[in-house]
Design a protein around this ligand. Structure first.
Ligand code: FA5
Length: 341
């Protein structure tokens, strides 16, 4: 028995020398010290030994078991150390390498234009007035001098909600009424930016969803001269100090008289080209003196107050500023387009 024990120990230690990983180490433990191991057989066979032999073999068997367990613990910590060494070498950190570039986010081109518009009007004393995108039919049309069944409503077809009389606004003009109701009887100088929606054919110049910036000035003795001066100055500040502009008579139910403002075409410098449809001019906004019925709807007496209003499309202005040929790029989410601004 004692010889057998020595042999078990020798075999186990020889097998241990070949072990280099955790998995084989576990197999080794089961083989040499587990329940079915030769060492355990010896413990089980102790009963069959003579009284003299039993303590000797028992003592030696326990020693062998302790030796093997000790060897197991040693091997385990060797393997752990080796693993740590390997990971330190393979995941080495070189602090002298240059850092990775962070990719910078950027503002959408329309947002950039909007911020320029806010800044210019802020310098002229206009505050930003936030107004809602979901409107009632009354605010979008009726209060703007377009009663039910008025043919002018056909110019602005929109999206209707399931709630009767609640629509997506077609322009920022209903915000004029909200601002007047809130400010009365104070004088007003606000711009109203925001999204508008129209049920119309999408093309290179028209989207179903676009931004507008409305402007409204109400007070005493405000004239058409103020309107022209404010908007001409705005164009000079946005485009160029010597940009050429013109006002063209137009019609909006909520202004009287009404005018559209054009800037000289940047592509052909006024000679006429496909972008300006051979006219040499590009329309940038609609405007006019606030109609008496609209002043009344907002609570201002047209005998005492007067005002002007305008509405421009920042996407169209951005197209002019950056010579963008297709408005549909603004909503395509194509990084190749967006990264240029
Ligand atoms: C209006 O919406 C008037 N409410 C403007 C106004 C305000 C006039 C105050 C008088 C007083 P219009 O439909 O022309 O007008 O639109 C004004 C601007 O919005 C246009 O010049 C254009 O820049 C922009 N716009 C209109 N429709 C679209 C569209 N489908 N896609 C992109 N921009 C558009």
């Amino acid at each position: 028995m004692l010889e057998k024990l020595e042999q078990i120990k020798l075999d186990a230690l020889a097998a241990m020398d070949k072990i280099t990983d955790q998995e084989s180490l576990l197999v080794w433990r089961a083989t040499y010290t587990g329940k079915k191991s030769a060492l355990m057989d010896i413990f089980n066979q102790m009963r069959e030994l003579s009284k003299e032999e039993r303590p000797l073999v028992g003592k030696r068997a326990n020693e062998v078991r302790q030796d093997l367990e000790k060897r197991y613990e040693e091997k385990q910590s060797e393997i752990k150390k080796e693993l740590l060494k390997e990971s330190l070498q393979s995941e080495i950190l070189d602090v002298t390498l240059p850092g990775r570039n962070l990719s910078h986010g950027r503002l959408h081109p329309t947002t950039q234009t909007l911020r320029r518009i806010y800044k210019i009007f802020a310098e002229m004393g206009f505050q930003v007035y936030r107004s809602r995108e979901v409107e009632t039919d009354d605010f979008n049309f009726t209060h703007l001098n377009m009663p039910q069944h008025h043919p002018a409503r056909d110019m602005w077809d929109t999206f209707y909600t399931n709630t009767e009389g609640v629509i997506l606004r077609t322009h920022t003009s209903p915000g004029q009424i909200h601002a007047m109701k809130e400010y009365f009887p104070e004088p007003i100088r606000v711009i109203l930016p925001g999204m508008c929606y129209r049920y119309e054919q999408v093309s290179t110049r028209s989207e179903m969803q676009f931004t507008q910036v409305e402007g409204l000035a109400v007070g005493h003795d405000i004239t058409f001269g103020d309107l022209k001066g404010t908007l001409s100055d705005f164009a000079r500040r946005l485009f160029d100090a010597d940009v050429r502009t013109r006002f063209r008579a137009s019609h909006f139910p909520f202004t009287e008289p009404s005018a559209e403002m054009d800037v000289e075409c940047f592509v052909c410098n006024g000679d006429g080209c496909s972008v300006c449809k051979q006219t040499g001019w590009l329309e940038i906004l609609g405007s006019g003196m606030v109609h008496p019925n609209v002043l009344r709807a907002g609570g201002y007496d047209p005998e005492v107050y007067s005002g002007f209003a305008f509405g421009m499309g920042p996407e169209r202005l951005t197209m002019l500023l950056h010579r963008i040929g297709d408005i549909r790029n603004f909503w395509r989410n194509d990084m190749r387009f967006l990264e240029q601004f």
